[in-house]
Design a protein around this ligand. Structure first.
Ligand code: PMP
Length: 423
């Protein structure tokens, strides 16, 4: 496949930031931070199952634990003790988590959080931000249009789902607001006074090239939501556990009412959760707000989660992930500086992105990403792939670093980065 990649260059004219991956890898196996394709080529992997394989591939401890569950029976449909242990651990790790409920995917868990917020407040509208992604639910798969006016009137937003293909009219109830813009936030909150159940955001916008929150912005969200009786939801599907045991809320010292988890939560198996303040979660716990699902916290997924979170709860694991990522970020910055290429390397060690902005300044808004050089990003990604480094195909996504990455992996990665900037 590495050889055939050269042939694929001719298709680069067709590359767009949201198009299909022009160089799809058919992966058949992996070990540690490396993956292997059908042709036997290996790559150091920073896609990591879209961030879910946080311990790396074929982790021995995980494989043994899952093997034991498979042997003992995977599905009973009643409460299981692993689920309870897992919920207790999440409560211990996550600042906002007084009560926890499980689901199978991030999309479902976001939907659960929104439903909890609606049940608690008795309101229906939800505010989301441009460029933030919350899964495939009809409610929140709403566009990233760069202008707040594009959000359109209540009930008939003009801001259509940019990739879900759902007619705008079905979206309903969702208000879209620019990110990192206090003035726009207050204007939108005022315009929908008394109507908003929830404000939902990605605290680090993984789906907007790891755009960081402007200083004080998350605190402002907290303040405004508290003052207006709106439920603040952090979608920590990407940041959760990966950026530290307490995720983004611990990192930034801002505690939301609810938080949503998936990806790293399951170490590669399908499990998700929403968790938060007792008062907001209680209607769900009591069944007044419905939430259920056949596979929620199945013994297999819950066991994968327990093994993964116990590891991520250790300071040495988090430190290794963070420092490894920082080393790559620094290598990119150095190579870009040496070659005089303007680019921003943004995010944190555990998840970051390289964005070719014209002035090298980090993105703050979705429109900054739209203006960045996507063709250059694709060329960069392609050069990395040719050198055995696998990163997400899309400029709006990010690199995910796994706990399994070794010194050799990092040396090879930094060398490839240097080489990619040389060409
Ligand atoms: N929220 C965020 C922040 C995500 O990144 C994703 C998936 N990329 C989702 C929600 C949806 O999760 P899932 O794909 O598990 O449904």
């Amino acid at each position: 496949a590495k050889e055939s990649l050269a042939g694929g260059v001719s298709s680069s004219a067709r590359l767009t930031s949201t198009g299909p991956d022009p160089y799809p890898l058919y992966l058949v196996g992996g070990s540690g931070a490396r993956v292997r394709d059908v042709d036997g080529n290996t790559y150091v992997d920073y896609l990591a199952g879209y961030g879910s394989a946080v311990l790396g591939h074929a982790d021995r401890q995980l494989a043994e634990a899952l093997g034991a569950v498979l042997a003992a029976g995977t599905m009973f449909g009643t409460c299981n003790t692993v689920e309870v242990e897992l919920a207790e651990l999440i409560r211990e790790m996550v600042p906002c988590a007084e009560l926890v409920r499980f689901a199978n995917s991030g999309s479902e868990a976001v939907q659960g959080a929104v439903r909890a917020a609606r049940g608690y407040t008795g309101r229906s509208k939800v505010l989301k931000f441009e460029g933030h992604y919350h899964g495939w639910s009809d409610t929140l798969a709403v566009s990233n249009r760069p202008d707040v006016a594009e959000a359109g009137p209540y009930g008939a937003p003009r801001s259509v789902p940019h990739s879900a293909g759902i007619p705008a009219g079905v979206v309903g109830d969702v208000v879209v607001c620019p990110w990192n813009d206090p003035g726009a936030l207050r204007a939108v909150l005022d315009a929908h006074r008394g109507e908003l159940a929830a404000v939902v955001c990605e605290p680090i916008v993984a789906n907007n090239a790891c755009t960081m929150p402007a200083p004080g912005y998350l605190a402002l969200l907290r303040e405004e939501c508290t003052a207006r009786g709106i439920v603040l939801v952090f979608d920590e599907v990407c940041t959760g556990f990966r950026t530290g045991p307490g995720g983004a809320q611990a990192l930034f010292g801002v505690v939301p009412d609810l938080a949503v988890y998936a990806k790293a939560l399951g170490g590669g198996l399908p499990i998700a959760a929403f968790a938060g303040r007792r008062e907001v979660m209680e209607p769900v716990a009591e069944g007044r707000v419905k939430h259920g699902g056949t596979y929620n916290a199945s013994p297999l997924s819950a066991t994968a989660s327990l093994v993964t979170l116990r590891r991520l709860n250790r300071p040495d694991t988090v430190k290794h992930i963070e420092e490894s990522g920082r080393r790559i970020m620094e290598a990119v910055r150095r190579a870009a500086r040496d070659r005089g290429v303007p680019c921003a390397v943004q995010g944190v060690g555990a998840m970051f992105q390289v964005v070719f902005t014209a002035d090298g300044e980090p993105t703050r808004h979705y429109r900054d990403l739209l203006r960045s050089d996507q063709a250059r990003h694709h060329a960069f990604r392609h050069e990395l792939l040719r050198r055995g480094i696998h990163v997400n195909a899309y400029g709006m996504a990010c690199w995910f670093v796994s706990a399994a990455v070794t010194e050799d992996d990092l040396d090879e990665t930094c060398e490839a980065v240097e080489g990619a900037f040389r060409t």
